[in-house]
Design a protein around this ligand. Sequence first.
Ligand SMILES: [Zn+2]
Length: 142
Amino acid sequence: MNDTPPPLPALHPERPSKLTALLRGLRCRCPRCGIGSYRDGYLTVTDHCHHCGEKLGHIRADDGPAYFTILVVGHIVVPGALTVEQHWAPPLVPFMAGALLVTCLLIWLLLPAIKGGMVGVMWALKLRGDEVHGDTPSQTGR
Ligand SMILES: [Zn+2]
């Protein structure tokens, strides 16, 4: 079996920029071609893109996507909850249940996209996620 990925489509002959890779990842797409998915299932990074064949399975985002998802969701839910509390002062239990539901829904929706964005940026920077501090790809010959 041929392990080398096929050439990029004619519309994208060069390696995309970091911003393009980020945006493609945020759309849950392959950072190289923007057509195939970066994942198999909900959060598992696919071994290779099913459209262009780019290897992605070696990229380990670890806890980064969870951290950024908490950061984003927290900045949405907390001001929203404070605004609702100040304007309508709803009963505590339904209010907390609603806030928990909104929090879980936002996490469920945003986590795959944020992980895709992180995988896209890591791919654009040629990172795998297991680099030693200060050890750049150019120093290791990758
Ligand atoms: Zn691809």
